[in-house]
Design a protein around this ligand. Structure first.
Ligand code: NCN
Ligand code: DMD
Length: 366
């Protein structure tokens, strides 16, 4: 078996006994039933993923920022030059990015992985060089990646997750850096959900109206050029993929960082370590991961919902509810990092809060 096949084969759905035990335990704790709202669901979800209730505390957390460039940059879909990708990698490694500040705030480690930056990076502590290519090909003209490249990028993501877990991480957080990657994200979300480009394509780093219109047209061209247009029956956007496999779809319109994040999420799920997803890039990558292994979503928590319109579409499709909604549109893992203390708090409740019985508090149900 290949590394990808082995990883997919190891992924289990949420364990029903652990889910039932976690729900019952929530109801014994000294609070009105359901009073912790969505946090109760998060704790139950992690119990199902870990197959034990209460689930392990998700600490320490490790952020992996997958960096790559995009051939579609040449189509003028972003106002930022491609050289910002390696420059921001340097900033992450120097500790100067927002992701570094947020990681310090929540006590997460930061690892940067070059899966496809269009420049040679100097080796540095905290940087893994797993370069598959110097950026993708232009997805609006044909496949962005070859079959070999998409597998190599998936494997880089899986290896990153495995190394971090071997190093002690008990929660994985996705991060990305790649100028133009919101265009590839929109194309992936269209391909996997059947939604129209206009509904899922957003302003990314902050494009003007003219660039947004061009970006939507480029996403449509990408779907046409790669045979990914759908038969659209009504507006539900749930029609079946047009005969292409999930891997072919990912290779056609994804980025190397999308493929790596998909591998990272799959390996986290296979290792039963929860994965907190960041923004629209992670959402698009998780759609690919879920198309490869539907049970993977049971192991994911949606850290936040970004301002990019396709993100809500991706999360709906995955059945995930975002924990934080602050109109962030930065990427790097910033939204995932902000959600980590909420996930920890949700799980800590399961370990530390007294029950009605143990605290001698009268339960109205008793
Ligand atoms: O995480 C998000 O939802 C998100 C939304 C907008 C932009 N970004 C980041 O901005 C870059 C891509 O934006 P763009 O406009 O160049 O496609 C890339 O480095 C992403 O990490 C990220
Ligand atoms: C400065 C800058 C920082 C980023 N971090 C993630 N994407 C980014 C895009 C830009 C342009």
């Amino acid at each position: 078996m290949t590394m990808l096949e082995e990883t997919i084969a190891a992924i289990r759905p949420a364990d029903p006994a652990a889910v039932a035990e976690a729900r019952a335990h929530q109801d014994r704790l000294t609070k009105p039933r359901g009073a912790l709202g969505v946090l109760e669901d998060v704790a139950v979800r992690l119990a199902g993923a870990a197959a034990v209730s209460p689930p392990p505390l998700p600490v320490p957390a490790a952020l992996a920022i997958f960096a790559a460039d995009h051939g579609v940059h040449a189509r003028g879909v972003t106002p930022w030059p491609q050289e910002v990708t390696p420059q921001m990698v340097g900033n992450f490694l120097a500790g100067g990015a927002v992701a570094n500040a947020f990681a310090a705030q929540v006590g997460a480690s930061v690892t940067v992985v070059d899966v496809g930056v269009a420049a040679d990076l100097d080796p540095a502590p905290g940087l893994t060089i797993s370069k598959v290519a110097y950026g993708t090909a232009d997805l609006s003209r044909g496949p962005a990646m070859t079959p070999e490249q998409v597998i190599a990028a998936l494997e880089a993501g899986m290896a990153t997750a495995r190394d971090l877990v071997e190093g002690g991480a008990r929660c994985l957080i996705t991060g990305d850096m790649g100028i133009a990657n919101t265009t590839a994200s929109a194309a992936l979300i269209c391909a996997f959900t059947g939604h129209d480009a206009a509904a899922v394509t957003g302003r990314g780093t902050g494009v003007d109206d003219e660039t947004l219109a061009r970006k939507i047209e480029v996403v449509r061209e990408a779907l046409r050029a790669n045979g990914l247009e759908r038969e659209r029956g009504g507006t539900s956007g749930t029609s079946a993929l047009s005969g292409m496999s999930a891997l072919e779809t990912l290779a056609a319109v994804g980025g190397l960082e999308h493929a790596a994040i998909a591998g990272f999420v799959l390996a986290g799920a296979a290792l039963r370590v929860p994965v907190i997803l960041d923004g629209v890039i992670a959402g698009a990558a998780a759609l690919a991961a879920a198309a490869l292994a539907p049970d993977v979503a049971d192991h994911c928590v949606a850290g936040h919902r970004s301002a990019e319109p396709g993100h809500a579409v991706a999360l709906d499709h995955l059945g995930l509810r975002p924990l934080v909604e602050l109109e962030l549109r930065l990427g790097e893992g910033t939204g995932g990092l902000l959600a980590h203390p909420l996930v920890c708090a949700a799980v800590r409740v399961m370990h530390e809060v007294a029950t009605f019985d143990s605290a001698g508090v009268t339960d109205k149900e008793a």
